[in-house]
Ligand binder design. Structure first.
Ligand code: NAD
Ligand code: MG
Length: 496
């Protein structure tokens, strides 16, 4: 389709005017998809815009564009030029922080102050961190008998990223940064629930001067566009963030096609352990932030809180008080902490877990119901009296629901902490440094926070033990996901 710009005008509940891009971004152009998908404002349930959605044909187009860009342009640019472009994109995103924050809040429902202070700075930080690595990707020389040997750390080429809806901009940054800095090209499939902010980033990638085909951003349903990417013969690597269920499908699709490299950042049911000697007020604040940040829609959410018996009653009382003060409401209100859940489906799922918890015999100690009369808001909810095998203790709810359980000693709590299939994150609250280190060492989790929660940054690796994933994102470790190592041996004095 030529002559169509796919731009849609809208404005937020506070009157901020937006001109939204809704095309598929392939080869630096916005193009039509096979169909359209409505994206909804979760605070109201109203449609914001219809976006173009990819199926196999558009995925093929994006992969062809990427392959062409890699072979003919990107693999020939210098690391310094790649670094300059990635930094330029970060600068443009920072310049347009307000517009991007407004889009993110409209499409996802997170509080505007979160979008401004966490999500937009998050993608900027990722891009700048990895831009710094672009000219520092190199191999080693190895002393071998009779030969001069060295390694080259080479780009894979065409990479794909499939990202979720809970942090649309940040997840985009976590994928774009290391992928581009190591000299690869990329096709990103955004979540069909939150496609809008990444399309704004696409316009900025073009403005920054990225050559056509280096960055392609498409949306579409997981089973269509996502699956087509995961099983594409020309895609050399797929990086996925989302549910464990879909993570398995991604691995299967890779296995059934070309054995592309796979990294998975999946779900969790993270334990937050609070010992008797913790600073109680601080522990209450962090534990509240640990579960209710982003409305509980965090893969690393501290959804199982274990409190030692000596402070259990006091903790519970203070935690309830803080929970009932959580500011739930219009995400465009500057003081809102908790906005709506992402969709009707997620709303129903979470309410289903709350009902299940009650049926299985746990106690709703606070919340447990819908908040307000429109949109997908749920009261921050506390369960007590739960037992280890209940669904609300075992499964990722991905909503504002926490289970608080009493424990006696370290041995008991470590056992409880490990009694799920996950291992993404954990936390320990104690003023005793020996206990902090000993318990952290024993916890099977990719990240352990001590006396804090949800503290992520671009330089510290993040990823899962057990069924919470494969590979690490962030930090220097993430570079390996996008590189392959070649050994070159030059004979010096050997003969056969
Ligand atoms: P999901 O795993 O279904 O979706 C994540 C991404 O994968 C989306 O872009 C989706 O379109 C895509 N996808 C879905 N099916 C696919 C397939 N067959 N092949 C390829 N791609 C596919 O997650 P969801 O439905 O948005 O949420 C469901 C649950 O997933 C949540 O309740 C939560 O437990 C979990 N989740 C975890 C994270 C995380 O950060 N770890 C993020 C979002 C959701
Ligand atoms: Mg939406």
């Amino acid at each position: 389709m030529t002559g169509v710009d796919f731009l849609v005008n809208t404005s937020t509940s506070k009157g901020y005017k937006l001109n939204l891009q809704t095309g598929l971004f392939i080869n630096n152009e916005f193009v039509a998809g096979a169909k359209t998908i409505d994206t909804v404002n979760p605070a109201t349930g109203e449609v914001i815009a219809s976006v173009q959605a990819a199926e196999k044909k558009q995925v093929d187009d994006a992969v062809d564009a990427a392959e062409n860009a890699f072979n003919n342009v990107w693999s020939k640019t210098t690391p310094q030029e790649r670094q300059r472009l990635i930094n330029k994109l970060a600068d443009l995103i920072e310049r347009d922080t307000e517009e991007l924050a407004q889009i993110e809040t409209l499409d996802n429902g997170k509080g505007i102050s979160m979008s401004r202070n966490v999500d937009v700075p998050g993608i900027v930080a990722s891009l700048r961190y990895y831009a710094g690595f672009a000219d520092k990707v190199h191999g080693k020389t190895i002393d071998t008998p009779g030969a001069f040997s060295y390694t080259r750390h080479e780009a894979i080429g065409v990479c794909a990223a499939i990202i979720p809806w809970n942090f649309p901009l940040m997840m985009l940054g976590w994928k774009l940064g290391p992928c581009l800095a190591t000299g690869n090209v990329i096709i990103v499939k955004t979540s069909e629930l939150t496609p809008l902010s990444a399309l704004k980033v696409a316009t900025l990638a073009k403005e920054a001067g990225f050559p056509p085909g280096v960055i392609n951003i498409i949306t579409g349903y997981g089973a269509e566009a996502g699956d087509a990417l995961a099983r594409h013969q020309k895609v050399g690597k797929v990086a996925f963030t989302g549910s464990t269920l879909v993570g398995r499908l991604i691995m299967k699709a890779a296995a059934e096609s070309n054995l592309k490299k796979v990294t998975l950042e999946l779900g969790g049911k993270s334990p937050n352990i609070i010992f008797d000697d913790a600073d109680l007020d601080k522990a209450v604040r962090w534990a509240h932030f640990g579960i209710f940040f982003n409305h509980g829609q965090c893969c690393c959410a501290g959804s199982r809180v274990y409190v030692q018996e000596g402070i259990y009653d006091k903790f519970l009382e203070k935690f309830k008080e803080r929970t009932e003060q959580t500011r739930v409401g219009d995400p465009f209100d500057e003081t809102t902490f908790q906005g709506p859940q992402i969709s009707q489906t997620q709303y129903d799922r979470i309410m289903g877990y709350i009902e299940q918890g009650k049926t299985e015999g746990a106690t709703v100690y606070a919340g447990g119901s819908r908040h307000g009369d429109k949109g997908y808001f749920i009261q921050p909810t506390i369960f007590t009296d739960a037992t280890p095998k209940m669904k609300i203790v075992q499964e990722e709810i991905f909503g504002p629901v926490v289970v608080i359980t009493k424990f006696k000693d370290t041995e008991e709590v470590i056992k409880l902490a490990h009694d799920t299939t996950y291992g993404l994150a954990a936390a320990v609250f104690t003023e005793n440094v020996t206990r902090a280190v000993e318990v952290s060492n024993r916890l099977e989790a990719g990240t352990v926070w001590v006396n804090c929660y949800n503290q992520l940054d671009t330089s510290s690796p993040f990823g899962g033990y057990r069924q919470s994933g494969i590979g690490r994102e962030n930090g220097e470790y993430a570079l390996d996901n996008y590189l392959q190592v070649k050994t070159v041996k030059i004979n010096i004095n050997r003969d056969v």
